[in-house]
Each structure stands twice: as C-alpha cells, then as structure tokens.
Design a binder for this molecule. Structure first.
Ligand code: SF4
Ligand code: SF4
Length: 304
C-alpha cells in the first residue's frame, strides 16, 4: 500500500460526538455501491467529484459563463444553471465565483496529507477516549487509501472507527473492516428484495459480513435508519432484532428516524429526491422501536 495513494474526500467534521466513542474527527470518502433512496449524503454516492450549485448564493453576475472551458454555465433569470453533461468538474468556476454559489464536492488528499490533518486533534481523542471515524460514501471501497491511513493512525495510537454499509466482498475491503477498532454498521432491513429496491443491492452479503465480524468479536454499533414505507415494517424490525441478538459483540443499537437534512443537497447536485419530504415518525413509534431492542438486551438510543 502506498502512502501516496489518494482519497477523494467530500467532507471533514472535527469535534463530532456522534460517530463512535468520545470526541472524533470524521472524514467522508466519495463513492458508495449503494443508492439508498433516503440517503442524506447523496453527494457521496458517485466516485467522482461533483459540482455543487447553491442558487440562493448566486447574484447572477454572469462572470462564470465565459470562464467555463466547457461552456457548461449559463445565467437564466438571474440564476446560474449548469449543464452537467458538459461539466467535467474542473473546479475553475468555484475558484472564480466570489459568492460561493459554485463549489466542488470532493477534494483529493494523499494518505500523508490526511494523516497530518487528522492528528492535529490527537489531544482531544486521547482526553475523551475518541479517535477518527472514516465514512462516506463507503470506506471499504477505497482500501488503497484507507488501509495505509489506518496503519498510520494506529501507529500513532489513534482509535479508528469505520462507518460502513457492509456491502463489500474484496479481500482488501474486508480487511478495512477487520482492522477497525469500532464498526458503525448500517442495517436497512431483512427482506432481500425490498432491500434491493430501496438501496440498489441485496442485503445477503451485508448480513454475511456482519455475522463474520461478530464472530471475530469486533466492537459494533448498529445503525438502523427508520424510513416510513421503506424500512419501518414492524415484522422486519422484529426479525432484525432477533437476528442481531445472536451477534454478541454489538455494543449499541442506534435508531435513526427519518429526517430531511440532506434534501437540499439533491437540488445542489442535480439529483432527484424521491422520498416524501414530509415523512416523520411519531415519538411513540420511535420509543416503541427503542423498547423492542432494549427487550432483546441491547443498549439502544434514538439518534447517533
Ligand atoms: S455562479 Fe457566481 S460567478 Fe456565476 S453568475 Fe452566479 S454569482 Fe456570478
Ligand atoms: S467545474 Fe469546470 S467544467 Fe464544470 S461548470 Fe465549472 S468551470 Fe465549467
């Protein structure tokens, strides 16, 4: 593994309390094999950079139109419009647009550059029992970058969590999961056909990997998005609790009620949001699901 391998990062969050134990820095790698309909990080799905357009910030000055080498930008009715078939995400317009209406999602970092950034907060990790969380997108699909980064972090005594959808079958990708100190493992239902419809892939490989990691005794936090009409079937949730209760190394279950925080990003990157934007889950239903997992002996929280 080369330390010069590059990772395409679309977000970095310092001082996070929700991505594992203690105070953490979380980085998000672009590129995921799943396309969950409710995804709150749609900018992380594609494996390439993407141009983010925030129309509210555009003042219609029109200066970007002539600058774009691909002629992909036009100002219509005082607002910039991007032709995404023509744009090659060179980023020149983002450097030029003074209002911040144009920005690329995704910047390449070498392993060493990212390590230097992550270790800046080492004192916080040490004092809080925290560390670094690598998510996405999907970290296991970037092993050439993630494995050497984990090696450097471990050599520096830094705890590493991997936030994963669990959908990986390459030896290198599986090694990312095996090398993690903590796994934040997403579960999105029991029925393979419904899972395929909701996420673009079946869940059989995901459950196989989860059971394998449980057999290894890896520390695991289960994350379960509850999306009405997609993942909230009562029978499936009970079946999931039953199956998860057979995995002894699960430390906690996080119930993640539907939210709409990522919705605006669909517009910004030219994707369609197909989930009903008014969906919510009543508090009593959230508490009932929490109580169900607690009945199976899990430490359970809402949110995470
Ligand atoms: S995107 Fe920026 S440079 Fe282009 S018209 Fe809007 S404000 Fe001007
Ligand atoms: S990223 Fe490059 S190709 Fe795309 S709109 Fe901006 S200047 Fe044009």
């Amino acid at each position: 593994m080369s330390e010069t391998a590059r990772g395409l990062i679309f977000n970095k969050v310092q001082g996070s309390f929700v991505d594992g134990w203690g105070i953490r820095t979380t980085i998000f790698l672009k590129g995921c094999p799943l396309t969950c309909k409710w995804c709150c990080n749609p900018e992380g799905q594609s494996f390439a950079p993407v141009l983010k357009v925030t129309c509210d910030k555009c003042d219609g000055c029109g200066r970007c139109e002539s600058l774009c080498p691909q002629k992909a930008l036009t100002v219509r009715d005082g607002i910039v419009v991007v032709d995404r078939r023509a744009c090659d995400v060179c980023g020149q317009c983002a450097d030029f647009c003074w209002t911040g209406a144009l920005e690329p999602f995704g910047r390449y970092y070498t392993v060493d550059e990212m390590f230097q950034f992550l270790q800046r907060d080492a004192a916080f990790y040490t004092s809080s029992g925290g560390g670094v969380t690598i998510g996405g997108g999907e970290a296991t699909w970037h092993p050439g970058f993630v494995l050497p980064l984990m090696e450097k972090l471990h050599a520096a005594g830094i705890h590493v969590a991997i936030d994963t959808c669990g959908y990986v079958d390459t030896p290198e990708g599986l090694q990312v999961l095996k090398n993690a100190d903590l796994l934040l493992f997403d579960i999105k239902g029991m029925d393979p056909a419904r899972h395929l419809e909701n996420t673009g892939v079946s869940n059989e490989l995901i459950w196989r990997n989860l059971r394998m990691l449980g057999d290894m005794g890896k520390d695991i936090i289960i994350r379960m998005p509850i999306i009405p009409g997609y993942t909230d079937d009562d029978g499936e949730i009970r079946q999931a609790a039953e199956e998860l209760s057979k995995i002894r190394s699960i430390r906690r279950v996080d119930i993640l009620p539907v939210h709409q925080f990522g919705r605006v990003k669909y517009d910004q990157i030219g994707m369609e949001y197909t989930v009903d934007p008014t969906l919510t889950i009543p508090e009593e239903r959230q508490q009932a699901i929490k109580a169900l997992f607690e009945d199976y002996g899990f430490k359970t929280q809402i949110g995470g």
